[in-house]
Design a protein around this ligand. Structure first.
Ligand code: G3P
Length: 216
């Protein structure tokens, strides 16, 4: 399973990349705002210099011509840019056109299996089900992921399932068990994936025994 970081904060992106776990990056307007990055193009250039993998950049137009115009500009920034498009009718039109031109797309804000099916039919490269936001309204976000994987397998769609709005290590474990293609995780989840109390306890004991052996 590929791991992307869901962040527009260069410090976070650099730290995650240094750990050797990054296959790509996803951004969105909220993350850019959180990181205080108005200079979106410059930010994308910095990310593409740092990470050698797909970098999702979201359009902010809501009409197809506007989305396509933004996409044309964004793809010129770097060959790793993937155009992030919201799952609306206008968005699906844009995905259809972009996929016809060989431009990669990440269809975002997916909350239902029918939306995912239509995104695949339009030729999306990635579909992004938002699992945390479904959990927030007492629906099981990971069930949606499971349904999408089944539907895509049933018909051989090549669209990759990118699990987004991840909030906890359990989302990552379930995604991996289900065979999702990608998870995009906020920086805060990384330490939760790494640390285990028995690792810390075991290491402390190893070091203690080593000291004893040295007569310290
Ligand atoms: O990848 C989508 C993500 O940025 C949304 O996450 O936590 O705002 O639902 P969240």
């Amino acid at each position: 399973m590929k791991i992307f970081i869901d962040s527009a904060d260069m410090n976070e992106i650099r730290k995650a990349n240094a750990m050797g776990l990054l296959d790509g990056v996803t951004t969105n307007p909220s993350l850019a705002a959180k990181a205080g990055r108005k200079d979106f193009e410059q930010l994308l250039k910095e990310i593409c210099r740092e990470v050698n993998g797909p970098v999702s950049a979201e359009v902010v137009s809501t009409d197809t011509p506007g989305m396509l115009a933004e996409a044309e500009k964004l793809v010129k920034i770097h060959s790793n840019i993937v155009i992030k498009i919201p799952l609306t009718e206008e968005g699906l039109n844009a995905v259809k056109t972009l996929s016809g031109k060989g431009i990669k797309t990440n269809v975002t804000l997916c909350f239902s299996p029918t939306q995912a099916l239509l995104a695949a039919k339009a030729g999306a490269t990635y579909i992004s089900p938002f699992v945390g936001r479904l959990d927030d309204i007492a629906q099981d976000g990971m069930s949606l992921v499971s349904e999408i994987i089944t539907i895509y397998r049933n018909y051989g769609y090549k669209t990759q399932v990118l699990v987004a709005s991840v909030r906890s290590p359990m989302h990552v474990v379930k995604a991996a068990l289900m065979g999702a293609d990608v998870v995009t995780i906020p920086f805060s989840v990384i330490p939760q994936l790494v640390s285990h109390p028995l690792t810390d306890k075991g290491l402390a004991r190893f070091l203690e025994d080593w000291k004893k052996l040295q007569g310290k």
